[in-house]
Structure formats: structure tokens, C-alpha cells
Design a protein around this ligand. Structure first.
Ligand code: NAP
Length: 557
């Protein structure tokens, strides 16, 4: 009865270190880790101890006897990662190597103090890494009243298992030395230079807050939007709450076929009664209940073997939705399958080859995966009426009618005031997380996550990414390369509250969290607030911790 890793794997890697027999691969120190679509348990070496189950932050691991029917393909998928050995144990019975935690050299002036900007996975993993030692303080600044970035506002609401990683983040936020400054925007409420007066270093983990724009005619028409806007809208991001999403159309076209495109296609075709049991935003649920969408076409410019979505997400999609292919695309799948040698690509193609085709009667909203379509222009006069594509590599033009066109061609980083920016790669130029201007490091400035390496990978990919940055930051601190802060201790709290009276701390966030869970009434995991003003009000009524009371009293004097 070996254990099996399933679709919600976040590649956090904690299971690797928990496993006493090193049977989970690729591990963070192996070359394939950065690009792995998920991690895999070796069914021959697994001793079935369950240590990985407790270590996994997203509940993605179960014994093979306790899988749901939709999870059964993962038994074969885990096993297929390993060579066939006819029952013989592989040479993996040693403890997995554990990454060395950075060792901070204690200094007389006070603790190492780091500001982290952003509160998504890269930020929280960086905080965790820094707080492995006692003599460190971490202050996390977030412009929204709620933390955890794309885990709250990006992970699809029907992927609640993945959102469970927030339990790990809550534990990190409760560590001594950790302080939240939520509802506070660095770059407008506070500047980079001001933060440096209170910290040894500022580490930006702000993600890629914008999206890549498709430069074709018609993108300005009503009825076009980006998939990332739609994701923010259905996840209740306050800045997307007013997005006008008209679902009074039979067909939606999504351009691009990465995991975001699959998320959006799944949400648009899932039964709203099922979504009503998730934390989807109320405004989105109401619109989906009223939706007339019967088909979502996910259009890729290349062929099936080059699909950008990952295998676990394809398995999840095909086990929960009606997914079909055009007969011509079926032929392409079979032709590519005959040529493909890479096991991962073969696996994807094999699943695609089993899909029904578009000639089947439509019994419920369905998803059509379409290939070799390069977008040429959005058609329509007053609003979008469809997309004109050229068949990739030829002159043939194909039009697919649609009342809503979503581009899903990737996220994009945006410049950070006061730091250099590489506009081509849309990242802050860096060397292992140290911000650089040309070849020179920018003193006290660091990056982690998507703003460091671009918008790729999964939640857990940010763990090793953040660890690398923290190692370099601590090395610079130990080498005396970071300036001591001018102000220390409670002065920061006083300063921030002076600039941003509506700053929200951990107590305020907990009040918002508890209120949302209570609004869910046991039927939904939570009912999200989508208005900043409402959240600020809930947070303001939270009992202030003693330090806040002292600062407030000082401010009133
Ligand atoms: P992505 O995986 O980079 O996919 C981008 C898609 O856009 C590709 O199909 C790409 O096609 C297409 N594209 C790019 N430029 C185009 C153009 N000019 N015209 C037409 N198509 C174009 O991006 P994403 O879906 O936004 O995902 C971002 C990251 O988040 C990924 O690492 C993803 O795995 C991760 N993510 C993970 C999950 C999950 O694990 N559940 C969920 C969401 C996101 P080409 O391949 O031909 O360039």
C-alpha cells in the first residue's frame, strides 16, 4: 500500500525531507526539481510510514487504497517516474540531504531586520527561512488587507486542497519575530529608502502583478479581457470586483493553453452548485448561475505535444469536465504520439487521445482544446464577436465566434520604484536574488519569486527560490555588506501608523479571517470580503495587541 502524490501537489518539497527512505523525487537538490510538474513517490521504495502525509502542506498525499476514482491515474503516474525494477529496492535508503539553514552571525547592535514586500508564497517561504534562527526580525508589507497573494487571489476556488498551504503560512506568521503590515503599499505609503532606514535589507516578493498583452486588433473591444483579470474577479480580489464579465454568450474563447487557461475554462463550465461550496466570490457565483456559456474553446498556437498545461492539471480537468477535440486535432494527437519519446509528453498525448470529439452532442457546458491556431484579430464592431486565427505555419484563416475572448498568455512583472528593471524579461535584474544594476549589487535590495525569475512554477517552487535569496542576504549581512538601520524596534510601528493609519496587523487579519469563515456558515470554507473598506472596518474592531495599544496611545498624545 504505497503512498501516492496527487494533483494538488505544490512541489513544496517538505515531504522529501520528511521521508525517512528518500523515496520522493525529484528532490530540491536534484536537477529536475525546478521544472518538475509535481513530485513522485517511488512505490517500490515507499515504506508506507505516512510521514509525508503530515509534512505535505496541501493534503496532496494519500495511501493508494484511499484515493478517489479521479485520483487513481496518479498511482500509475507516480510509478511511471521511476524505472521498472521488478520489485527490487532502488539505492535510495538514505536520509534526504537537508538544505543548510543560513547561520546569522549575531551582532551587538540588535537583530538582523528584514522588510519583505508582498505576502504570497515567495514572501512567506523567505520569512520562514529567515526565522529559522532566533536573532532575526521580519516585517511583511502587503498592499491588500489580506495576505498570501496568489494563494488567495490566484489558485482556483475549486482547488481548496492547494489553498490549504495557507495553514502553513499562518504558522509562519505566528513565529516570534514576524510582524504583518497589511493594507500598506510600499512605493506609495512608504518608499524603499524609508524602509532601508528601519531594516538591514528589503526583499521584494511582489510577484508578477500584470499580464502579457496580446498585440492584435480588436483587443480594446468590450467582451475581451485577460484570464488573469477573470481569475482575480472570481477569487474576490478587491481591485477586480467591478470587472464587467458578460456570460450571456454560448461560447468563450481562451487564447493560450497554460494552467491558467485550464483553470478559467474549468470554472466557466463547472456546475455553479459545486462552486457554491467553495470560496468563490459571491459576485462571480451570481454571474455564473446566470451564464449561457455552453462551450469554452482553449486555443493554442502550437500542437498538442507542446501544450503548456501540466499533466496533473490535464488529469484533473478531464476527470471533472467534458473535454473534447476536433477530429483534425485528434489526428494531430495520434500523429504526435507515434513520434513522441519523452514519457511526460507521451502521457499527455495518451490522455488527449482518449477525449471525445466535437461531433458528440453537448449535454453540459464543455471545453474544447484546439491547436495550431495563431490569433490574428478579434472580430466584431461594437463588441467582440469572435477571434480570427491563421492556422499556424500556413495561410488558412479560421474564425471562431465567441461573445467573450480571454487572453491567457502569461503574467508579467512590473517595475519597482527605486530599483532597476529588465523590461524584456519583466523581472528585476538579480544574481541569485541580489538585485544588481549592471554588474553591481544594489545594497540592501533582494528579490524572490516571480519578480526574480519570471512567472513560472508552482507554489513550492518558491521555497527553494526564496531559500537561495535568503542565503545570499544572510551571507551579505555576515560579511558586513548591509548598512545598520538608523531606527530600530517599535519606531517602525510608529512610523508606519503615522503614514498609514489603517495599517492592519496580525490581529486585524485574524479578525477578517474569522469573519469570512463565519460568513461561510459551515457550508463554504469562507465567504470573502471583496471591499477594502469592509475589511478595514472588521480589522479595526479586532482587539489590539498590547504593542498597538501603546503606539496608538503615543499617537493620540
Ligand atoms: P504559461 O504556462 O506560460 O502559458 C502561456 C500560454 O500562452 C502558452 O500556451 C503560450 O503558448 C501562450 N502564448 C504566449 N504568447 C502567445 C501569443 N502571442 N499568442 C498566442 N499564445 C501565446 O502561463 P500561465 O498559464 O499564465 O501560467 C503561469 C504559471 O503559473 C505556470 O508556471 C503555471 O504552471 C502556473 N500555474 C499553475 C497552476 C497549477 O498548478 N494548478 C495553476 C495556474 C498557474 P506557447 O507555449 O506556444 O508559447
Amino acid at each position: 500500500m504505497p503512498h501516492v502524490i496527487t494533483q494538488s501537489c505544490c512541489s513544496d518539497g517538505s515531504c522529501v525531507y520528511a521521508c525517512p527512505v528518500n523515496c520522493i523525487h525529484p528532490s530540491p537538490d536534484e536537477p529536475g526539481f525546478a521544472t518538475a510538474e509535481m513530485l513522485y513517490i517511488d512505490p517500490v521504495a515507499c515504506v508506507d510510514c505516512g510521514a509525508c502525509v503530515s509534512a505535505c502542506p496541501v493534503g496532496a498525499i494519500a495511501p493508494d487504497s484511499k484515493l478517489t476514482p479521479e485520483q487513481l491515474p496518479f498511482v500509475e503516474l507516480n510509478a511511471a517516474f521511476y524505472p521498472k525494477r521488478e520489485g527490487k529496492l532502488p539505492p535510495t535508503s538514505k536520509l534526504a540531504p537537508v538544505l543548510e539553514a543560513p547561520v546569522v552571525h549575531r551582532k551587538s547592535g540588535g537583530p538582523l531586520t528584514v522588510a519583505i514586500v508582498g505576502s504570497g508564497p515567495a514572501a512567506m517561504y523567505a520569512a520562514d527561512e529567515l526565522l529559522t534562527q532566533p536573532d532575526v526580525r521580519v516585517n511583511v508589507f502587503e498592499k491588500l488587507p489580506t495576505p498570501y497573494g496568489l494563494v488567495r487571489a490566484g489558485v482556483a476556488p475549486d482547488h481548496q486542497h492547494t489553498k490549504r498551504v495557507t495553514e502553513l503560512f499562518d504558522t509562519i506568521a505566528d513565529k516570534p519575530g514576524f510582524t504583518f503590515f497589511l493594507n500598506t503599499e510600499v512605493g506609495s505609503d512608504l518608499t524603499h529608502d524609508e524602509l532601508l532606514r528601519y531594516h538591514h535589507a528589503v526583499l521584494y516578493a511582489v510577484g508578477a502583478p500584470s499580464d502579457r498583452r496580446l498585440d492584435i486588433d480588436g483587443m480594446e473591444l468590450p467582451g475581451t479581457a485577460t484570464a488573469t483579470d477573470l481569475v482575480a474577479w472570481y477569487n474576490g480580489h478587491p481591485e477586480a470586483a467591478d470587472l464587467r464579465v458578460d456570460l450571456h454568450t454560448e461560447r468563450v474563447v481562451v487564447i493560450g493553453n497554460g494552467n491558467v487557461a485550464l483553470d478559467v475554462a474549468r470554472i466557466l463550465t463547472t456546475d455553479p452548485d459545486a462552486l457554491a461550496r467553495t470560496d468563490i466570490a459571491d459576485h462571480a457565483l451570481a454571474r455564473l448561475r446566470d451564464s449561457q456559456v455552453r462551450e469554452v474553446v482553449v486555443a493554442a498556437r502550437r500542437g498538442p505535444a507542446a501544450s503548456a498545461f501540466t499533466l496533473p492539471e490535464l488529469i484533473g480537468l478531464t476527470s471533472s469536465c467534458d473535454v473534447v477535440l476536433d477530429p483534425a486535432d485528434h489526428d494531430s494527437v495520434l500523429a504526435e504520439l507515434a513520434e513522441a519519446t519523452d514519457p511526460l509528453t507521451r502521457n499527455k498525448l495518451e490522455i488527449l487521445s482518449t477525449l471525445g470529439d466535437t461531433t458528440a452532442p453537448v449535454t453540459r457546458p464543455r471545453i474544447r482544446l484546439a491547436y495550431q491556431l495563431t490569433p490574428r484579430r478579434i472580430t466584431g464592431d461594437a463588441r467582440a464577436a469572435g477571434v480570427e486565427f491563421t492556422v499556424t505555419g500556413g495561410d488558412e484563416v479560421v474564425e471562431i465566434s465567441a461573445g467573450l475572448v480571454l487572453t491567457s498568455i502569461g503574467y508579467r512583472g512590473t517595475p519597482i520604484r527605486g530599483l532597476p528593471f529588465d523590461a524584456d524579461a519583466a523581472v528585476v535584474p538579480n544574481d541569485g536574488g541580489r538585485v544588481i544594476a549592471g554588474a553591481d549589487p544594489v545594497r540592501g535590495s533582494y528579490v524572490a519569486g516571480w519578480i526574480k525569475r519570471g512567472p513560472t512554477g508552482f507554489i513550492g517552487t518558491n521555497k527553494s527560490c526564496a531559500a537561495e535569496t535568503v542565503h545570499n542576504l544572510v551571507a551579505d549581512y555576515n560579511d558586513g555588506l548591509l548598512a545598520d538601520p538608523v531606527h530600530r524596534g517599535a519606531a517602525l510601528e510608529h512610523f508606519v501608523r503615522g503614514r498609514r493609519p489603517a495599517v492592519i496587523g496580525t490581529a486585524g487579519w485574524k479578525a477578517i479571517d474569522e469573519a469570512e469563515i463565519a460568513r461561510g456558515a459551515g457550508v463554504r470554507p469562507r465567504e470573502k470580503f471583496t471591499s477594502v473598506a469592509e475589511m478595514v472596518e472588521v480589522a479595526a474592531n479586532a482587539p489590539a495587541p498590547p504593542i498597538h495599544r501603546r503606539v496608538l496611545a503615543a499617537l493620540r498624545r
